[in-house]
Design a binder for this molecule. Structure first.
Ligand code: GLY
Ligand code: MN
Ligand code: MN
Length: 428
């Protein structure tokens, strides 16, 4: 792993938080993600399972975490199963964790090789009643590929049909949505790397550079700082920015165009999520600046509005009302458009058609709830935009914030966002 060692207190405390939610006689199982195949004998790099990482700090393929807080044998209350290192693995794949290394990372005392899993699992299943199995749940994810967790769930229920089974995901979402101080520090590192990448781009972007060259500059900055891209970067000049998930990143940036950059780093699996929109030639036109400042005002007001106790839906409605006013002033909406709007079809939707923000953490669109009010420790993105395909540009701005008892804290407060500051930095 590239990141510095993380204090295992994080993972120890996370396991304790989960155990508090489990009823007596429970057994929970969390599997690593699969190494996904490409073509022929190729494979993608492992994307660590967020839940396994959250509870153990382990990023190694095939690992299994077993928690049985009421196990008769205290040594079996927390067990991490790993691939057994061998000479063959060492030659072909390199380092695999030793038992001592895994103990140090996770704070788990009992580390076993995978070959011991079937016997120990059967023993614990005979003792326990409630089985908590993991699954990847996200209301927008319609995934066809089966995860190891799902295959495990099916096989487990086949072998032990008479236990009581539960969804571990609901409990994990409850605890993961509230970030602890150690997690906030890791998120801040991801944000700091992201800011460095963005500042580099302010010096690099000029008419004629290709979007892919911009991506390469960012990769250099992120990777040398031990981060990586948090998601496929969106580097969209001109009208490309009106495609919300544009990531071809292969077009030249032209004088007079705006460039939308939805680009961020992850560090130690914690993700930042940043969007900035800058003028390719270093100066906004009057029209571009007017639209830019409208989006900036909505972002700032929406950051201020992310307070404890608010429902996501109400937060979003407030931002849509502000956006309506901005679009009126820009001449993009008429009063009659606003009179005709309904709760489900706000007038601004023609120009601002996506959500205002989402939880952020070990996943970019992190686990969380829009049915529950904001609570202290939630980390959210705030990302209003105005998309004008007829005018050949779009503006989106996106910052990451923490909801706290004393009001929202902007994690990206030092990342340049004022139009004048962007112009200044691009001219230096
Ligand atoms: N970068 C993905 C998003 O903003 O949600
Ligand atoms: Mn983004
Ligand atoms: Mn986002």
């Amino acid at each position: 792993m590239r990141h510095s060692p993380i204090n295992p207190k994080l993972f120890i405390e996370n396991r304790e938080r989960l155990k508090k939610l489990l009823p007596p006689k429970s057994l929970a199982v969390i599997n690593a993600n699969d190494v996904l195949p490409t073509n022929a004998d190729g494979s993608l790099p492992l994307h660590p399972n967020s839940d396994l990482f959250y509870l153990s700090g382990i990023e190694q393929e095939e690992s299994i975490l077993l928690l049985a807080p009421d196990a008769f044998d205290p040594k079996l209350r927390e067990i991490l199963f790993l691939r057994e290192p061998s000479e063959h693995l060492k030659i072909w794949e390199g380092h695999k964790h030793s038992k001592a290394a895994a103990q140090k990372i996770s704070g788990i005392q009992t580390i076993k090789w995978l070959s011991e899993f079937p016997v120990i699992f059967r023993q614990l299943m005979c003792e326990q009643e409630h089985v908590w199995l993991n699954s990847n749940e996200h209301k927008r994810a319609a995934v066809e590929v089966e995860t190891r967790d799902v295959r495990f769930a099916r096989e487990c229920q086949r072998q032990f049909p008479l236990h009581t089974y539960h969804r571990l995901a609901r409990l994990l979402h409850q605890i993961r949505v509230v970030k602890t101080p150690v997690e906030i520090e890791l998120l801040k590192e991801a944000v700091a790397i992201t800011e460095k990448g963005f500042r580099r781009l302010l010096r690099f972007v000029k008419p004629g550079v290709n979007e892919c060259e911009i991506e390469a500059e960012l990769a250099r900055e992120f990777i040398r700082r031990r981060g990586k891209f948090a998601y496929n970067p969106i580097i969209a000049s001109g009208a490309n920015a009106c495609t919300l998930h544009y990531n071809q990143n292969d077009q030249p940036c032209r004088k007079g165009d705006l460039l939308l950059l939805d680009v961020a780093a992850s560090y130690a699996n914690y993700n930042a999520d940043l969007t900035r929109t800058i003028p390719v030639s270093g100066k906004f036109t009057r029209r571009q600046k007017a639209v830019y400042n409208a989006v900036l005002r909505v972002m700032r007001a929406s950051i201020a509005g992310a307070t404890v106790g608010k429902l996501h839906l109400d937060w979003q409605k407030e931002s849509q009302a502000m956006m309506n006013e901005e679009l009126l002033a820009l001449g993009l909406l008429k009063k009659s458009d606003i009179r005709k709007q309904t709760v489900d079809t706000p007038a601004c939707r023609k120009y601002f058609m996506h959500g205002l923000g989402h939880p952020l953490g070990l996943d970019v669109h992190d686990v969380g709830f829009n049915t529950e009010p904001f609570a202290a420790g939630w980390v959210l993105t705030v990302e209003p935009g105005i998309y004008l395909p007829e005018e050949g540009f779009a503006v989106r701005l996106e910052n990451d914030i923490i909801v706290t008892e004393t009001g929202p804290v902007d994690l990206m407060a030092t990342t340049p966002v004022e139009a004048d500051e962007i112009e200044d930095l691009m001219h230096r």
